[in-house]
Design a protein around this ligand. Structure first.
Ligand SMILES: *[C@@H]1O[C@H](CO)[C@@H](O)[C@H](O)[C@H]1NC(C)=O
Length: 197
């Protein structure tokens, strides 16, 4: 009889532990969080989301010319005034852009209003042929067409004219883009904002 009581008691205890444990109470979310507001109160890292990262974490690193460069598959979220670094690119054959532009397999003259976007913003080509508006801190603004990817994952090879991988926040513009913004090409790298036109 004593043994039966013990058995019943352990059954009750088992049920209390099993059904009342916090992990079961939150079982509506048993994977990594995908956004900031799913999995209320259960912030499991590892799904790519963390609170203060601008939603974009490095994916790794690669060596190039004796240095280590961070690689990214993502870029910061696109807003109505997305912060970016404007760099200068030569989209013509033999220029520092390397291979023809990815969107159209064409080279582009320095007079064309064209840009390459970092891998995350290029987004697998979904912005190819679309116009973006770029605004400089001097207040000048221009539109330009997306024709290429500024590769944030690969570099240091012939396709990328031996250049290291791009940062994840690059708008790589032609001569014409720099001139339309009234910027000194000699600077090479200038903070701008951009949005979809
Ligand atoms: C772009 O590259 C080509 C080929 O090397 C060169 O002839 C041209 O002068 C370059 N353009 C600029 C603006 O640097």
């Amino acid at each position: 009889m004593a043994n039966l009581h013990l058995l019943f008691l352990s059954f009750v205890i088992f049920n209390i532990i099993f059904f009342a444990s916090p992990s079961n109470a939150l079982s509506s979310c048993d994977g990594p969080c995908q956004t900031a507001d799913d999995c209320d109160g259960q912030l499991i890292r590892g799904g790519g989301w963390s609170p203060s990262s601008g939603d974009c974490q490095p994916s790794g690193s690669m060596p190039c010319k004796g240095k280590s460069y961070t690689t990214y598959t993502c870029s910061p979220p696109v807003t109505s005034a997305t912060n970016a670094q404007l760099t200068l690119n030569n989209f013509s054959e033999g220029g520092d852009g390397g291979a023809p532009s990815k969107c159209d397999e064409q080279y582009h003259d320095k007079s064309e209003m064209v840009v390459a976007l970092s891998t995350g913003w290029y987004n697998g080509g979904s912005r190819c042929g679309q116009m973006i508006t770029i605004t400089a801190s001097n207040g000048m603004s221009t539109t330009a067409k997306v024709v290429d990817e500024c590769d944030s994952m690969n570099g240091c090879d012939e396709e990328h004219a031996d250049q290291p991988p791009c940062e994840n926040n690059i708008v790589d513009g032609s001569d014409a883009v720099w001139e339309a913004l009234g910027l000194d090409k000699g600077l090479g790298n200038v903070g701008v904002t951009w949005s979809m036109a």
